[in-house]
Write a protein that binds this ligand. Structure first.
Ligand code: FAD
Ligand code: PHB
Length: 385
C-alpha cells in the first residue's frame, strides 16, 4: 500500500490530522491497535478550550458540540470553608466547553466515514521503518502489511512505538499521587467545575451531561482500586468537596466506571526526525489538572496539517522545519500550567507546602492579576501562541 501520510493512532490527534489533511487535499491512512468501539468509549478528557472549539467548528466538526456541549464561563476554586468563582469570560473574554472526548472521537469517526477515509482498526505489531524514506508495517489477522508513505506521523499516545524512532531529549516529572476517577449516573451537583484543595487531598467535581457526573479524588500513587468501595469514594468526595458548606450538597448516585490514573509530565524534543513527526500524547504528557492533554493534541495537529500539506503537495519544507519549535512553545506553556495547577492543589504531606498552597490559592482567587493568569491559561492561549 502507498499513501501520502501514514498516521499511527486513531485517537483525537490521529483522526483530526487525517481530517485536516483531507481538507488540504492530502490523503492519509490511519492504523490503530484498538477496536473502534474501544476508542470511542474510552472515558478520558472532558474540557475543550476556546481555540480547540473554534478550530473544530471551522472544519465542520462543531455542530453536535455546540448543540450538546455546555459552555462554561469559568471554574470554582475551593478550600475548606471557602469557594470562589473564577469567571474566565469577565477576565479574558472567553470560556471553555464541557464535551467528552468520547463525543469528539465519535464526531471525528463519523466525519472520516463520510469522507471515505481508510482507518485500519485492530492492527498488531505496528513498526515504523527508515525515517528518511519511511514505511510502516503492521499485521491484520496475522497477515503482515507494508504501508509506504511520504511522511509518517506518530499520533500513538503515551505508550506508542513512534516516540522511540525520534531521537532527542525527554524531560519528565512524576508526582507521588494518582487520581481515582469515577463516572456516576447522577445530575451534576454544580453548574461549573469545582477544583478543591483539602488536607486529605485534592478533589474535582466535573461533569459530562445533565445526567452524568465525573469526579476525581487524589489517592496515593500505588492505590489498589479494590480498597475504594463506592461508599468510601462518596464519603471522601463529600468531605473534600464540602458537602454541607453554605448549604451546598453533593448528590450521590450509581457509579458506572472507576479507574486509577497515574500523574506525570513528559516532554520529548524535537517532535520530528527526518520524515517522521510526533503529535499529541506521543510527544508530551501532562497531568490532567489543567485539562490540557486533549487540547494540546488539537493544537499540535492544527500546526502540523498545513506544514504537511505544503511539504507533500508543494515540496515546501519551511513550515515542516518550524513545526517542532512552534508546537513545543505551546507544549511547554501548557506543561508549566498543568504542573502549576497540580502542585497548587494536591496535598504533598508537607505542612509548609500546605501553607504556601493556601496562600497562593487566596492570592489567585482575590487578585485580578492572579485570577487572570489562571483564566488565560485555562481558557487557552491562541493555537499559534
Ligand atoms: P490517544 O488519545 O492516547 O490516542 C493514541 C492512539 O494510538 C490510541 O487510540 C492508541 O490505541 C493508539 N496506539 C497506541 N499504540 C499503537 C500502535 N502500536 N499502533 C497503532 N495504534 C497505536 N485532556 C484534556 O485536554 N482535558 C481533560 O479534561 C483531560 N482529562 C483527562 C482525564 C483522563 C482520565 C485522562 C486519562 C486523560 C485526560 N486528558 C485530558 C488527556 C487526553 O485524554 C489525552 O491527552 C488525549 O487523549 C491525547 O490524544 P492523542 O490522540 O494524542 O492520544
Ligand atoms: C474531566 O471532566 O474529565 C476533567 C475535567 C477537568 C480536568 C480534568 C478532567 O482538569
Amino acid at each position: 500500500m502507498r499513501t501520502q501520510v501514514a498516521i499511527i493512532g486513531a485517537g483525537p490527534a490521529g483522526l483530526l490530522l487525517s481530517h485536516l489533511l483531507a481538507a488540504g487535499g492530502v490523503e492519509s491512512v490511519v492504523v490503530e491497535t484498538r477496536t473502534r468501539d474501544y476508542v470511542e468509549s474510552r472515558i478520558r478528557a472532558g474540557i475543550l478550550e476556546h481555540s480547540s472549539v473554534e478550530l473544530l467548528k471551522s472544519v465542520g466538526l462543531g455542530d453536535r458540540l455546540t448543540r450538546e456541549g455546555d459552555e462554561h464561563r469559568g471554574i470554582y476554586l475551593q478550600w475548606p470553608a471557602e469557594r470562589h468563582h473564577i469567571d474566565f469570560h469577565d477576565l479574558v473574554g472567553r470560556g471553555v466547553w464541557v464535551y467528552g472526548q468520547t463525543e469528539v472521537q465519535k464526531d471525528l469517526g463519523r466525519a472520516r466515514d463520510a469522507a471515505g477515509q481508510e482507518v485500519r482498526y485492530d492492527v498488531r505489531d505496528t513498526q515504523v521503518h527508515d525515517p528518511d524514506d519511511p514505511y510502516v508495517t503492521f499485521t491484520v489477522d496475522g497477515v503482515e502489511t507494508r504501508l509506504d508513505a511520504d511522511v509518517v506521523v506518530g499520533c500513538d499516545g503515551s505508550f506508542g512505538p513512534t516516540r522511540s524512532v525520534v531521537p532527542g531529549r525527554t524531560w519528565e516529572r512524576t508526582y507521588g499521587y494518582s487520581w481515582l476517577g469515577v463516572l456516576a449516573s447522577v445530575a451534576p451537583s454544580t453548574d461549573e467545575l469545582i477544583y478543591a484543595w483539602h488536607p486529605d487531598g485534592f478533589a474535582l467535581n466535573s461533569m459530562r451531561s445533565p445526567t452524568v457526573t465525573r469526579l476525581y479524588l487524589q489517592v496515593p500513587a500505588d492505590t489498589d482500586i479494590g480498597e475504594w468501595s463506592d461508599e468510601r469514594i462518596w464519603d471522601a468526595l463529600a468531605t473534600r468537596l464540602g458537602h454541607g458548606q453554605d448549604g451546598w450538597k453533593l448528590t450521590r448516585g450509581p457509579i458506572t466506571e472507576k479507574s486509577v490514573l497515574p500523574m506525570r509530565s513528559l516532554v520529548q524534543a524535537p517532535m520530528r526526525h527526518s520524515r517522521v513527526f510526533l503529535a499529541g500524547d506521543a510527544a508530551h504528557i501532562v497531568p490532567p489538572t489543567g485539562a490540557k492533554g486533549l487540547n494540546l493534541a488539537v493544537s499540535d495537529v492544527a500546526l502540523l496539517a498545513p506544514a504537511l500539506v505544503a511539504l507533500v503537495r508543494e515540496k515546501d519544507s519551511r513550515l515542516a522545519d518550524e513545526y517542532s519549535d512552534r508546537a513545543l512553545r505551546r507544549v511547554w506553556r501548557c506543561t508549566h500550567f498543568s504542573w502549576w495547577m497540580t502542585t497548587m492543589l494536591h496535598a504533598s504531606g508537607d505542612e509548609f507546602d500546605a501553607q504556601l498552597q493556601l496562600s497562593q490559592l487566596r492570592w489567585v482567587a482575590s487578585s485580578v492579576a492572579g485570577s487572570t493568569g489562571l483564566a488565560e491559561n485555562y481558557a487557552g492561549l491562541p493555537i499559534g501562541f
